[in-house]
Design a protein. Structure first.
Length: 406
């Protein structure tokens, strides 16, 4: 085994958290939390990931409050789920796996039928792309009071998550969700001190980071997932990512996860491989949403053929610009790639699809010198997000990730 590959299996600390190797399960919303509950399926899913040898798993999209959910079948952080969440995290700890929680807030993008407010809240008034089929046509602009409340909610959610046993928090700053909507000149049209210059657009994300840090203390790992580019005209680009990374680094973040794209405008840049439009059309039940997908799909789902390590060149630029840990994500699926990432100076590697198909990836990668994930990057798993039994790789012949590849 070459030295760089061997480094993947060496432990490393993330602000005091001892991780046994460099493999972290990326946040992939599991679709296993009906009406916001912690289901047995969710526990089984992460337990299965843990037994494959990852150092840390990420519970995908943990909304910081009820109205921060994209829909009602997502977790949100509140006392009602304390017992099952604590039990799930304990069972992952028993399997020698640390647990990160992805802190999500959808902003002006929601189809949550249990929304308490009249409309979802983003930086600016506009169309709520996700809610149209539910009759939730618009989102409102946040007032200063809404912003102050949101910052407080992040802090409260962080305290709750620390108290139930999470080892690390991952603030979602990317993919077009709430904080990203503030960061992006495409979606933030505010004229107050939260809009305009990048410094102003970063004000809320940095206040959120400060609030989360204050809640959990200096010795608790906080990482943030960003979009290196949104991949849309007038949106955040690769140069912005350098400035954003530096601001987060100065703001005291412990690590940055280097993703890209937005779920609403350009998801394919994040999920390179086969186009997800056809599988999404097949899975969509609402005729109105299907019609919208037919109309908007070709603009939204552009072609980005799969390449191994597709964010490497741009993530490397960030490596040179920041001191905090860098956590690479995007098309890492072979031993060669894992070694390259260590050689380039990344600290950890997040894995999404390659763990869905091969939960034993870390163990196999250590045993098989020429390991390559079986993932075909067909992206059919994306269309299983709203499947009654949650996400899975349809290329395996059952719903659990355990059985044989067909
Ligand atoms: C089924 C599925 C669900 C996903 N859900 C989320 C999510 O909830 N939050 C997030 O930040 N990224 C999500 N992603 C993106 C992954 O975290 C990751 O950035 C992406 O899959 C690229 O990494 P990979 O090439 O290792 O799969 C999802 C990806 C997949 C395949
Ligand atoms: S469906 Fe399976 S093979 Fe296709 S991208 Fe997802 S994990 Fe990979």
């Amino acid at each position: 085994m070459n030295d760089y590959l061997a480094q993947c299996f060496a432990p490393k600390n993330l602000n005091g958290l001892a991780l046994k190797n460099r493999f972290i399960k990326a946040g992939t919303f599991e679709g296993m939390s009906p009406l916001g509950s912690v289901s047995q399926a969710l526990m089984d899913f992460h337990n299965r990931m843990a037994s494959g040898g990852i150092a840390m798993t990420t519970i995908g999209y943990c909304a910081i409050e009820n109205d921060g959910r994209l829909h009602e079948n997502m977790l949100y952080m509140h006392e009602g789920i304390r017992a099952p969440l604590t039990a799930m995290i304990q069972s992952l700890h028993d399997r020698d796996c640390k647990v990160s929680g992805q802190m999500g807030y959808g902003g002006g993008f929601s189809k949550n039928r249990q929304l308490e407010r009249k409309r979802p809240l983003g930086p600016s008034f506009g169309i709520n792309m996700l809610g149209v089929a539910q009759g939730m046509m618009f989102c409102d602009a946040m007032t200063q009071h809404d912003i102050d409340q949101l910052v407080l909610r992040y802090g409260e959610a962080a305290s709750f998550m620390q108290s139930v046993g999470f080892d690390c928090l991952e603030i979602h700053f990317g993919h077009g969700y709430g904080l990203c909507q503030f960061m992006s000149p495409k979606t933030n049209r505010r004229r107050d001190h939260y809009g305009g210059s990048l410094q102003n657009r970063m004000r809320l994300p940095l206040q959120v980071l400060e609030s989360v840090r204050k809640a959990v203390g200096d010795d608790f790992p906080i990482i943030g997932k960003i979009s290196l580019t949104e991949g849309v005209k007038g949106g955040l680009d690769y140069n912005d990512a350098i400035a954003i990374g530096r601001m987060l680094d100065r703001g005291g973040i412990d690590g940055i996860v280097t993703s890209g794209g937005t779920s609403t405008m350009n998801p394919m840049i994040m999920l390179r491989g086969d186009n997800i439009l056809q599988p999404m059309l097949k899975a969509e039940k609402s005729p109105l949403m299907r019609m919208m997908l037919h109309l908007a799909g070709p603009f939204m789902f552009k072609s980005y053929p799969y390449e191994e390590l597709y964010f490497l060149e741009q993530a490397k630029r960030l490596r040179d610009a920041v001191d905090c840990n860098l956590i690479y994500v995007g098309g890492a699926s072979t031993n060669n790639s894992f070694a390259t990432l260590m050689e380039t100076g990344f600290d950890f590697i997040q894995l999404g699809r390659s763990l869905l198909i091969d939960p034993d990836l870390p163990l196999r990668s250590q045993q098989e010198p020429d390991f390559r994930s079986r993932c075909l990057h067909c992206n059919e798993c994306i269309a299983t997000i709203e499947h009654p039994q949650g996400i899975h790789c349809p290329r395996t012949n059952n719903l659990s990730t355990d059985r044989e590849f067909t």
